[in-house]
Write a protein that binds this ligand. Structure first.
Ligand SMILES: Cc1ncc(COP(=O)(O)O)c(C=O)c1O
Length: 376
């Protein structure tokens, strides 16, 4: 039977035809690599009564310190650009680390620095080695830059496979190696000697992302930058320093390498607010060390409590977060969410089926998490 004319159906048909033409046309003028990457999303959102899904510090900067920072920021001229590069913030962090100011570069979060360093190193035909699983942004930027990814699986227990990394770096002649250690999302670390061995035995640029180093029992690779011209260290102020909302990251490398890596850097990317905040927080660093001690103590307590819960397998962690394996990660995620507890479902990562990730929270938040997990 012929279809009767319907203005609504005609409208839907025209709209869907238009959208398929649009899809085709849009793709034709964009980077083809966009077809292989997804928009960044946080499952469950970023709001919750007990928010444990982004590896943040549970401690906000105290009000007296926020007031000090704002009082200084108020005196700035907001109509003027900040410095091209945030020299004052870079000097403050260099002094804090005991390195020269020209070995340090500050960014608007360490994610921005990752884009800068990847732009400086990668491009079509270039090869990057990424352990798997690791921080998802590495793969995303490498794909965008149409580089070849050499993926090196972790061991099934989630530890790094150092021998496989060394072998792949040599056999594949990679140009760039990125190591998140301690690693997100596994919580496992390479030892200082393993990092040194990888950097020493490779011709590649080696980026060591130390986002969680303040929580680690491993020594930072920072002291190696003088002797290893291919080594860059990445740091963030978003985790132990509790400044995720202010957006501050750093790279540290030999000054000659740093000068090259800085070339693709977005000018004026860090605000004066970020520089002032950093300087003031570094001047009150006991706030950070106290928070780290609390988090490590709570993490170890949580781990022991999790071990005692039937049906839950916790993994040892060298960070401010824990990984657990459960029978049905999706069901546990939703059950926690319905009680106002937001964690991260990391089941999609290699070797991490039915795994959940959550950072250590305040005492009461951790207690409620454990209580809820006992009942599920
Ligand atoms: C390993 C790792 N590197 C970098 C980042 C990015 O941190 P930010 O951009 O907040 O400095 C994160 C955030 O979770 C991370 O886990």
């Amino acid at each position: 039977m012929p279809l009767r004319a319907s203005p609504i159906r005609d409208k839907i048909f025209t709209a869907s035809k238009q959208s398929s033409i649009m899809q085709r046309d849009i793709k034709s003028f964009l980077n083809p690599a966009l077809q292989n990457i997804a928009t960044y999303k946080v499952e469950g959102g970023q709001q919750a009564e007990i928010k444990l899904n982004q590896n943040e510090s549970p401690f906000d900067v105290p009000m007296w310190l926020k007031e000090e920072i704002i009082n200084e920021f108020i005196k700035e001229q907001w109509n003027r650009y900040p410095d091209i590069l945030p020299y004052r913030g870079m000097k403050a962090y260099a002094d804090f680390l005991g390195v020269s100011a020209d070995s340090v570069m500050m960014s608007n979060g360490s994610n921005e620095m990752l884009y800068t360093i990847f732009l400086a190193s990668l491009g079509p035909g270039r090869k990057i080695l990424i352990p798997d699983p690791s921080f998802s942004l590495y793969e995303k930027i490498a794909l965008l830059l149409q580089s070849h990814i050499v993926s090196v699986p972790m061991l099934p227990g989630l530890d790094f496979d150092t021998d496989a990394i060394l072998r792949a770096a040599r056999d594949e002649q990679v140009d760039f190696i990125v190591l998140s250690t301690p690693n997100n999302p596994t919580g496992k670390s390479l030892s200082f000697d393993e990092v040194r061995l990888i950097a020493e035995s490779s011709e590649a640029l080696v980026l060591v992302d130390e986002a969680y180093i303040e929580f680690s029992c491993q020594r930072s690779a920072l002291e190696l930058i003088d002797g290893l011209p291919n080594l860059v260290i990445l740091r963030t102020m978003s985790k132990a320093l509790a400044l995720a909302g202010i957006r501050i990251g750093f790279a540290i490398a030999n000054p000659l390498l740093m000068a090259e890596l800085a070339k693709p850097k977005i000018p004026f990317a860090s605000s004066r607010l970020a520089e002032i905040t950093l300087t003031r927080v570094l001047a009150n660093y006991s706030l950070v060390t106290d928070a780290v001690s609390f988090i490590l103590h709570e993490r170890d307590k949580l781990y022991r409590e999790l071990l005692a819960i039937e049906g839950i397998e916790p993994f040892q962690s060298d960070t401010n977060f824990l990984i657990i394996r459960v029978k049905d990660a999706g069901a546990v995620f939703h059950s926690l969410q319905s009680d106002g507890i937001l964690v991260r479902n990391v089941s999609g990562y290699k070797f991490m089926d039915n795994c959940l990730r959550f950072n250590v929270g305040m005492f009461e938040e951790n207690r409620r998490l454990i209580e809820k997990l006992r009942t599920i």
